[in-house]
Design a protein around this ligand. Structure first.
Ligand SMILES: [Zn+2]
Length: 190
């Protein structure tokens, strides 16, 4: 479809993105290559379990904190959970690094409880270039579709180049704009 047709596609009710659209347009402007966040990977420093999350769409900025806890709660590699000992406690006592009397915790089946431990996490990134796509046919009104290109598509981006690209159009608030209007932006497949 053309750029002006793509700009008229509406997302399904209660969704902020369209289905896959295939758009033909001409690159009328582009910005410098930048990096976007596509997900994260975490590894438990104790049991080595690996966690991974891919986002629905790439983000310009970190969309969340990466304080993630290992869900492998019974892993014997996790340190034992400890609680402060009472005066009456006699068994299972030991001193922690600060000289406090501590005691192991047990669950109702008598198994040693393990600590909830944080993963070592890192975001995953992708190179991206934002271009404006314009209709290849002449129109009285010049409309452009903000489009993000990824992967091989970012090589040799040239002004005036005709491209055929596919992805989903998201409706989003461009907060860099002082008027903070809602815009449509095409996220192509990487
Ligand atoms: Zn773990």
């Amino acid at each position: 479809m053309s750029v002006s047709e793509a700009l008229r596609v509406q997302p399904p009710i209660a969704e902020s993105r369209t289905g896959i659209v295939k758009v033909t347009g001409m690159i009328s402007s582009y910005k410098d290559l930048h990096v976007m966040i596509v997900g994260w990977t975490g590894v438990c420093p104790y049991c080595r379990k690996v966690f991974h999350k891919s986002y629905d769409k790439p983000h310009f900025q970190a969309p969340e904190m990466l304080l993630k806890i290992c869900d492998n709660v019974d892993a014997p590699e996790h340190p034992e959970a400890l609680k402060d000992a009472k005066e009456s406690d006699k068994e299972g006592l030991f001193m922690d690094d600060d000289g406090n009397k501590m005691k192991l915790e047990f669950d109702k089946d008598g198994k040693i409880k393990r600590q909830r431990v944080y993963l070592r996490t890192n975001f995953e990134f992708i190179d991206a270039v934002e271009v404006d796509l314009q209709d290849t046919e002449k129109h009285e009104e010049i409309t452009t579709l903000k489009t993000l290109l990824f992967g091989d598509d970012i090589k040799d981006v040239r002004l005036g180049e005709r491209v055929v690209t596919a992805g989903r159009i998201w409706i989003e608030l461009l907060t860099s704009h002082k008027d903070a209007r809602l815009h449509k932006r095409l996220y192509t497949h990487s």
